[in-house]
Design a protein around this ligand. Structure first.
Ligand code: OGA
Ligand code: FE2
Length: 521
């Protein structure tokens, strides 16, 4: 479901152990090891060339996906394949040892990584064909443009594409299954249908799933020709024969199906109404509001007349007036940001969202988070103080929540939402200090691509600025939620994104923020 950079690093270490076992095995064996040697060479090259490189090359979603897939399926297939027949005892028990440590990725991790890839494909309009070559490209005015150039390209195999396509297929999402299975069929055909022991799927499996996906999207003629190709490989398959008859009959009975317009439609999402804006804002990677068009937007050195900031004013950048959004540059130091990540690390749990009166995990928020009390480390109290100096707000619980530290995994995101409660039964009211009047969000890391914070109705997005903090009011002065604060954390394309949230409540701020019955204020 969720893969962080830490998981990727752990997985790399587990795979090293497996490689050692395989190496010992290959040294003993002399016969029939062509495929195993090829696999060994491929994987050990990855370890020496990619996995020992800078972390940006590991925070690549294609690295995460292919690594998880090998650990979840390829190694198992290989170790128990017919080719690994002789003297396999040591190899298999070596594999079992690693397996028993209990940290190998599970099927749901692999499915989560596949869904993450499809999410990135959608939000950033990535070309599947380019992804398969290990590149991140979008077509713009007919030309491919690189959105991000990875240090090392990790190409995908026919079996990798088969797996992504199958995850889509199982969700009855034929928009994605068609695209990924097309690539899978193309790559499997390219290897002449030659079988590799580590693979989960075959050319026949891919043809079968692709034909059915085409049929479901109304493209009966493609379904027919793929089924005929499948029959050539598997002439006795009665089910395929029957499908062929059905497709032929359909094409005779409904000839328009032959020329049917089979433009595929994306499956609906929970945030359908704002999807186009959201994706545009994510793709533009933080278009800043144009200050010169609005002289009331400005940058300055800000002290808030606070003695603690006089010697070290903060660089303030006013990004928007309605809603009022400010970015404070260099709010936190590198070492403070690093300490906060370290302290949070062990407490990280899958993030939840308010669901009625309860909290629950949701696909629309993919990240892990931890709550840090002021007592956990002196650095947290220092940050609280700095927030108070800047905003004048009382950030002591229960007038504010504990610091929430969030780590977005590979492809992690937070779809458009409000930070404040929009229903009276929300769990956010349990503190009995009113609603979340303001958000103070600190960027604890940089990212390599993606991950901006998008303000949907206000029509701008903020790129991840390492060590900066974003502040905005969620409520109008009359206490009602400000609909213009609808915002999102765009999916992380490449990188390891960390933020920390301090949510400040209404009570305790009475002297700092004047109330007003005027809904316009
Ligand atoms: C949040 C949030 C945005 C981001 O955590 O509530 O909106 O860019 N995060 O991470
Ligand atoms: Fe938020």
């Amino acid at each position: 479901m969720y893969t962080s950079l830490l998981h990727v690093r752990q997985a790399i270490n587990f795979e090293r152990q497996l490689i050692d076992h395989l190496e010992t095995y290959i040294e003993q064996e002399t016969v029939r090891l062509k495929d195993i040697k090829r696999f060994y060479a491929k994987v050990s090259d990855l370890h020496s060339e990619v996995y020992s490189g800078p972390s940006a090359s590991m925070a690549n979603p294609l690295v995460a996906f292919t690594l998880i897939k090998r650990l979840q399926s390829e190694w198992l297939n290989l170790v128990y394949s017919d080719e690994a027949q002789e003297n396999t005892q040591a190899l298999r028990s070596g594999y079992k040892e690693v397996e028993e440590e209990g940290f190998l990725p599970k099927l749901e991790d692999l499915q989560g990584a596949a869904k993450g890839l499809m999410r990135l494909q959608d939000v950033y309009s990535l070309q599947v064909g380019a992804l398969v070559r290990g590149q991140f490209q979008r077509i713009s005015n007919g030309n491919p443009i690189d959105i991000y150039s990875p240090i090392v390209s990790i190409p995908l195999s026919g079996d990798d594409c088969f797996l992504v396509g199958k995850v889509a297929y199982e969700q009855e999402d034929y928009y994605h299954s068609v695209q990924w299975l097309e690539e899978s069929v193309r790559l499997f055909r390219g290897t002449g249908g030659e079988w590799s022991p580590e693979n989960e799927g075959t050319l026949e499996d891919a043809l079968d799933h692709l034909a059915f996906s085409h049929f479901k999207t109304g493209n009966v003629s493609s379904a027919l020709s793929l089924s005929q190709e499948l029959l050539n490989h598997d002439p006795m398959n009665r089910r395929v024969l029957k499908n062929i008859e059905k497709y032929e009959r359909l094409l005779v009975e409904y000839p328009p199906l032959l020329s049917a317009n089979t433009e595929l439609k994306r499956p609906n999402t929970t945030y359908l109404r704002t999807r186009n804006t959201y994706e545009r804002l994510c793709q533009t990677q933080g278009i800043q509001p144009r200050h010169y068009e609005n002289p009331r937007l400005f940058c300055d050195y800000f002290t808030n007349d606070s003695p603690g900031l006089l010697l070290q004013p903060i660089r303030r950048e006013v990004l928007s007036l309605q809603p009022y959004v400010v970015l404070y540059h260099r709010f936190i130091s590198d070492s403070e940001a690093e300490s906060i990540q370290d302290i949070a690390q062990t407490g990280l749990r899958r993030s939840v969202v308010a669901s009625g009166e309860k909290q629950a995990t949701a696909e629309y928020r993919i990240s892990k988070s931890a709550w840090l009390k002021e007592t956990a480390h002196p650095v947290i109290g220092r940050l609280d103080q700095r927030i108070t100096m800047l905003t004048g707000l009382n950030v002591h619980p229960p007038y504010a929540e504990y610091l929430q530290v969030v780590n977005y995994g590979i492809g992690g995101h937070y779809e458009p939402h409000f930070d404040h409660a929009t229903s009276a039964s929300s769990p956010l009211f349990r503190l009995n200090t009113g609603n979340r009047v303001a958000t103070f969000m600190i960027y604890l890391s940089s990212v390599d691509a993606g991950g901006s914070t998008a303000f949907i109705h206000a029509n701008f997005s903020v790129p991840v600025v390492e060590n900066a903090a974003l502040f905005w009011w969620n409520l109008l002065r009359n206490g009602q939620g400000d609909g213009d604060t609808l915002h999102a954390g765009c999916p992380v394309l490449v990188g390891d994104k960390w933020v920390a949230n301090k949510w400040i409540h209404e009570y305790g701020q009475e002297f700092q923020r004047r109330c007003s019955p005027d809904p316009e204020e």
